[in-house]
Ligand binder design. Sequence first.
Ligand code: FE2
Ligand code: FE2
Length: 226
Amino acid sequence: MYIEKLLKASSFHSEATQAVIDQLGVTEIGLIKHSYLVRKFSRLFVEQSSIFSDPVYMWGIEMGALLHDIGIMGVPKKIINKTEMLTDEEWNFLKDHGIDGKERAELLLRRVTKKRPELTEAITQIGDAILYHHENWDGTEYYGKKGEEIPLYAQIIRLSDSLESALKTRPNHRAYTLDEFIFQITADEQYKNHYNPELVELFVQFIQSNREAIEKSHITISEMGE
Ligand SMILES: [Fe+2]
Ligand SMILES: [Fe+2]
């Protein structure tokens, strides 16, 4: 099938990836590293857990993960870097990075794929994954989507995003160990209902089988175009 060949072609992949780096901008290096690691975890998780293997779906999860926070580009830096509690207005600004992100990602992907009709639906699904990547399984987040209403891509990105964020030290928390993260998504009353329990089971297996690689995960600029 022509589209499968196209998506597997390294030139197509690196063109899309390069466009993303250009869009995110070299000044946002923390965001680029975060995005690449979320893509890496999402891809490996989907592959190793055999969640799906269709090339269009694989392309969708990779691009969705890579672009999930692209809407952050539209949020003022003083809000992103603020260490104190956000005001309601600032919080609303931050919440909208999903809406803005969907728009930016769909525009970018349509341009990179030269509006190929075979990818129209996939691009909309990527946009929806970005829009809903902070939704909680129990419906307690931004847009109140719950359970299976949350697109599968968004559920997967949510787990990888939480893992990547947990592993690094931030202004408001120290880095967690993998065991602490596993506790958080499986047993912590405050967090465990945020994720699809079936996916969590697979994700814990994925972490256990890749413990060393995940613990050492870091990414250099030269690895980004892989
Ligand atoms: Fe986000
Ligand atoms: Fe993120």
